[in-house]
Structure formats: C-alpha cells, structure tokens
Design a protein around this ligand. Structure first.
Ligand SMILES: Cc1ncc(COP(=O)(O)O)c(C=O)c1O
Length: 391
C-alpha cells in the first residue's frame, strides 16, 4: 500500500477539507486541514472490494448480514486485543457519538455528572451537555515521561455523589496515551467504590505505534465487566466514519438491559454498507493493512515531532497511539491569540484548537497527522517559518 499516493479530497464533500469554509470561515485555497479525525489515504483494498460487492449484487434491501459483522468484531477483539466478547452482548449503533448519547440517556439521569479526563476529545463534553448531564473534569497531569497521567487522588476528594459515569478514551485522544493495566485497574476500582459505569471508548484501539499494544478494558479489568461498556468502530482506523456504523459491547446483563430500554424502542439498526465494510475491515486482510498504516503513521509522528520540537518553546507529546498529535505552545510565552494568528494566518494550518478539549488544552492544539507524509513535511516547514523569530 502506498500511503504517499496523493488523494483528492477537496471538493469531495469531506468535512476535513470542505468543512473548513462553512464551519470555520477559512477560505484560503492552500489551507492545510489538520483538525477533524479523518485520514486522507486510499481505502484498504479489502474495503474497496467489499463496496464493489455491495454495488454488484444490487441488493440494497433489508439484510441478514449483521451477525457476520458481530462475528468479525468478535474475531478482531480476540486476535488484536486479547479478549473474546460474546456476540449476544453486542449492539450496533450509528457511530460512537450515537452510542455515547444512548449511554448517557439510559445510564444516568438529567443533572447527573459524568467524569472525563481532560484534555480529551471535545465531543465528550458537548455530548454530555447536549444530553442535559454535567461535565465533571478531572484534569490530566503530565508525568515524568512527558505523557498524560491520571490524578485519581484529587478526583477522589472532589466526588459529590452526583457522578454516575466515567467516560474514557482508550487509547486517549489526543496523543494516544495507552492506559496501563494498573491505570485501568485504578479506574475500575474507583468506579466500583463510587458505583459508576465505566464507558471505555476504544475507537482508537488500532492505530498503535510500533512496539506498543492496545490495552483493552475488558482484557485488563474483567473483574469490573458488570459496570463496563466497551465501544468499538472501524471508522477511525479504516476511515469509514461516513458509514456511521459501530458496536457497543455490554457484558453486564443489568447494564445491557438499561441500554436496550432505549436502543430497542428507537429501532436503531445499522445500514447495509456500514455492516459490509466493517465486516471486511475486521479480517486478516484488514489487519495486514492496519499494520502497514501504523508503520507509516509512526513515520509521520517522527517528522512532526522532530520538526516542531526544533521550534523553541514548542513541545510535541510522545505518541503511543492515534494519528492525533498534541502540541504544547505554552513555553513560547505567547498569548493564545498570537499562537492562533501564527498557526492559522501565517502557517495557514487548521488544527483542532486545544481549548475546546477542556482544561489543560489552553495553550495546546491537536494536529491530525493521518495524511500523506508530504503534507506533514509541508506543515513542519510552514510552522517553522511562522515561528522563525524564536529560533
Ligand atoms: C474518542 C472518540 N470517540 C468517538 C468519536 C466519534 O465517533 P463517531 O464518528 O463514530 O461518532 C471520535 C472521533 O474522532 C473519537 O475520537
């Protein structure tokens, strides 16, 4: 697979490329989008074939293939993550945003608090608020290794009894911190002490840097299975988010019944193409493609990290997973407006603004490196020029 091959996304209706003007007001023809978490590569051949098969049969009516998708999810979890979910514990949803909304509605009540570890994927807080729940931030600290670290001790002292859910991204978006078994255990024990549901959003479980491996919540803390909700999708890894197909796995019967109390009456059923491509993705061919992708993205991470770290005061957090780099500008001593001006107006780069990811993101931005190496090199050149006076 040649990940360097250019693809044409501008004009395709892609949010990442064509959403810059309507959503962000950015009209520059050479603006470089490094925001929303979608990639720019040609699809894995196994997906192209699966889509061809769909169109060749011409059968777009009701379908019987959902059990095959769940079977492929089971196979993927077993071979890639080291745990074997039960197919009857799986539910299909229209993306994980949909799944998070369903969980918030069924596993908490309006006004209840939901714990998140910030800075984190900005939509966690948006979805919590949109569902009438309250965001309880537990800011991450930076460990001696320069990576995010949990601060459960401080959180313990701040508990009010109104918390019902802990919502985590595992690996963490941004920067891909892989929570260790010890950290997962600490989170599970914390949830048990406070009777919380632990939602482990594992949408980023596949893009893992060489030498690392995903720590799945169910593999790490099976003793907490009854309070766990695991969320998976092929959408980030294989860049098929537009097909709005994902899987929620709920091992605990009581938790599953609560989820079903809304999932069933809303008649949430997946779409045929999403099921076909997810099934194709979770296969040996899909796995081989992902392994190549991870190697390529590790190269991108190196280029970005070396390039931006050469700018005094700019720090790129070490990445263990994901294609979402976390860049800290605080040591430049610049005001936020000045950082924005240099990145957006001078470099004409569009990252996801750090402040939108919650406490801890004030002087940071998230850079999506899921693109051709040439774009990452271009981004480095533009950034070095925009901050050249610091050299
Ligand atoms: C941690 C996390 N969860 C969920 C999503 C969105 O998932 P979906 O497109 O399936 O709603 C994203 C997208 O970037 C994400 O990073």
């Amino acid at each position: 697979m040649n990940f360097d091959a250019p693809t044409r996304r501008r004009g395709s209706g892609s949010t990442k490329w064509d959403g810059m003007a309507p959503y962000l007001g950015i009209e520059d023809p050479d603006a470089l989008p490094m925001w929303v978490a979608q990639m720019d590569f040609d699809p894995a051949p196994v997906l192209t074939q699966a889509m061809r098969d769909v169109t060749e049969t011409g059968q777009y009516g009701y379908f019987t293939t959902l059990p095959q998708m769940f079977e492929s999810v089971r196979w993927w979890c077993e071979t890639r993550y080291g745990w074997t979910p039960q197919v009857d514990h799986m539910r299909a949803t229209h993306g994980l945003g949909n799944a998070i909304g369903l969980c918030l509605q069924t596993l908490s009540a309006p006004g209840d608090e939901v714990i998140t570890f910030t800075p984190v994927y900005h939509e966690f807080a948006n979805k919590i608020r949109r569902n009438g729940r309250v965001v309880k931030e537990s800011p991450l600290t930076i460990g001696a290794d320069g990576r995010f670290a949990l601060d459960l001790e401080t959180l313990e002292g701040q508990m009010t009894g109104r918390e019902k859910i802990m919502l985590i991204s595992a690996p963490h978006n941004p920067a891909g911190r892989i929570w260790s078994v010890a950290e997962m255990t600490a989170m599970g024990d914390f949830c048990a002490r406070h009777d919380l549901v632990l939602i482990s959003d594992e949408i980023h479980a596949d893009v893992i840097m060489p030498g690392r491996s995903h720590v799945a919540a169910m593999a790490a803390i099976p003793q907490h299975a009854d309070r766990l909700v695991v969320m998976l999708a092929a959408s980030k890894t294989f860049d098929i988010a537009g097909l709005r197909t994902s899987t929620v796995i709920i091992p605990g019967e009581a938790t599953r019944e609560r989820f079903d109390s809304l999932h069933r009456p809303l008649d949430i059923q997946p779409n045929l193409a999403g099921v076909a491509l997810t099934t194709a993705a979770y296969s040996p061919e899909g796995a081989a493609w992902v392994d190549q992708l991870c190697g390529y993205l590790a190269g991108n991470a190196k280029v970005l990290t070396e390039g931006l770290s050469a700018i005094p005061g700019v720090r790129v957090m070490p990445m263990d997973a994901t294609f979402l780099a976390w860049v800290d500008f605080s040591a430049t001593g610049m005001e936020r407006d000045e950082i924005d001006r240099r990145i957006k107006s001078e470099a004409r780069i569009v990252p996801t603004p750090g402040p939108s990811l919650g406490t801890g993101g004030e002087f940071c931005d998230r850079f999506n490196i899921g693109t051709q190496r040439a774009h990452v090199e271009d981004a480095v050149r533009r950034m070095q020029a925009a901050f050249a006076d610091l050299q």
